[in-house]
Design a binder for this molecule. Structure first.
Ligand SMILES: [Zn+2]
Length: 309
C-alpha cells in the first residue's frame, strides 16, 4: 500500500500543506512579473505526493520497479489534470557491458512526457525535463521531486500562453540514479522519431537552502546554450554560476548525444542528497519558485540569446 492509493489521507495531508503556505488560490498564472509569479501550491502538492508517508510511517521512495510504476502512473494523471496529454516511452536498455545481460535482466522503465505544439508550426522542439526516480529508501524531495514539480509548473504556464514559437517536450525520466538509463533511452527515442531538437534543459537537486544567498548553477554543453542562461540571469538579476563538463545528471545523456544541453540546479549541493533525510521539509518553496521563474523566462525568451550571435 502506498500514498497513491490513500486519497483520504492524501487529501488531509495536502490541505494541511497548502494552508501552511500562502493564501493564493491561483495555481499558476502566466506572468513575467516576479512578484506575481505563483506556482507554490501546485508544486507543494506534487512534492508532498511524491515524498509522502506510507502507512508504516516511513517515507516512500521511487526506486523499485513497483514504486517507479506507481509514480509514473501518478505523473500521467498529473499531466491529465493540467489538461496535457500524457505519453509514454516504455523502454528496455541493455547493461553497459552486453555480457552482463546474460546474468542480469536489462533495464526496464517508463519515461513520461507530454508535447505542447508551437502556434507557428515550428519543426523545432525545446525539451525540458527532470528525473522522477530516487535512491532506494529515500524520499528524494530535492533529488528530485522538486525538479519534477518545476517541470509540471512550467508546462502549465507555457500551455496558458497564446503564442509559442517552438514546440515543447516536457519529460519526467525514469532511472537517473542508474547511470541515467532513462534519459539515454529517451535520447534513443528522440533519434528514432527524428525529432529536431532546439535545446535540452534538465533540472535536478534544486530548491533548498537560503534563497537570498545561494546561486544557481547551469552546466552547459556549448556557447549557444551558455548565452541563453547568462543573458537570462543578467536580465532577471538572479545569481548564476556557469560550468562545463560532460554532465552530472540527465544532461549528460543529451550532451553525449550532441544536443545543445544544460543542467540547472542549486550551486550548493544539499547535505541530504541520497539520504533518508531528503524530505519534504527540506524544500524551500520560495527558492523553487525562483528557479521556476528563471526557467520559465529562459524557455519563453529563447531568441533573445541570438542577439549576440
Ligand atoms: Zn537527481
Amino acid at each position: 500500500m502506498n500514498i497513491f492509493r490513500k486519497p483520504a489521507l492524501l487529501s488531509i495531508l495536502l490541505l494541511l500543506i497548502v494552508f501552511g503556505f500562502e493564501n493564493q488560490p491561483v495555481l499558476a498564472q502566466s506572468s513575467t512579473d516576479r512578484t506575481n509569479f505563483e506556482v507554490t501550491e501546485l508544486q507543494a502538492i506534487i512534492v508532498a505526493t511524491l515524498t509522502g508517508y506510507n502507512e508504516e510511517g516511513h517515507h516512500i521512495s521511487r526506486s523499485t520497479p513497483h514504486e517507479r510504476t506507481e509514480t509514473a502512473d501518478y505523473l500521467e494523471q498529473t499531466f491529465e489534470q493540467l489538461g496535457l496529454i500524457p505519453l509514454r516511452d516504455n523502454y528496455k536498455m541493455p547493461n553497459v557491458n552486453g555480457l552482463v545481460d546474460l546474468l542480469l535482466a536489462p533495464y526496464k522503465g517508463r519515461n513520461v512526457f507530454s508535447v505542447l505544439k508551437s502556434t507557428e508550426s515550428s519543426k523545432e522542439y525545446v525539451l525540458m525535463g527532470a528525473h522522477y526516480d530516487s535512491e532506494p529508501e529515500t524520499p528524494g524531495a530535492i533529488d528530485n521531486a522538486s525538479g519534477v514539480a518545476v517541470t509540471f509548473a512550467i508546462a502549465d504556464l507555457i500551455k496558458q500562453q497564446n503564442h509559442r514559437k517552438y514546440n515543447y517536450i516536457f519529460v519526467l525520466f525514469d532511472q537517473e540514479e542508474d547511470d541515467e538509463v532513462g534519459s539515454k533511452a529517451f535520447v534513443r527515442f528522440l533519434k528514432e522519431k527524428q525529432y529536431k531538437i532546439h535545446s535540452t534543459h534538465v533540472l535536478d537537486v534544486i530548491g533548498w537552502g537560503d534563497s537570498d544567498t545561494l546561486a544557481f548553477e547551469a552546466q552547459v554543453s556549448d556557447d549557444f546554450i551558455e548565452r541563453m542562461y547568462r543573458k537570462t540571469a543578467t536580465r532577471l538579476d538572479i545569481p548564476l554560476n556557469i560550468t562545463g563538463g560532460r554532465g552530472h545528471s540527465d544532461n549528460k545523456s543529451f550532451n553525449l548525444a550532441g544536443y545543445h544541453s544544460a543542467g540547472f540546479w542549486d550551486d550548493n549541493l544539499t547535505p541530504h542528497i541520497h539520504k533518508p533525510s531528503d524530505t519534504y521539509e527540506t524544500v524551500n518553496f520560495d527558492r523553487l519558485r525562483l528557479a521556476t521563474y528563471f526557467m520559465f523566462e529562459l524557455l519563453t525568451n529563447l531568441d533573445s540569446s541570438y542577439d549576440e550571435l
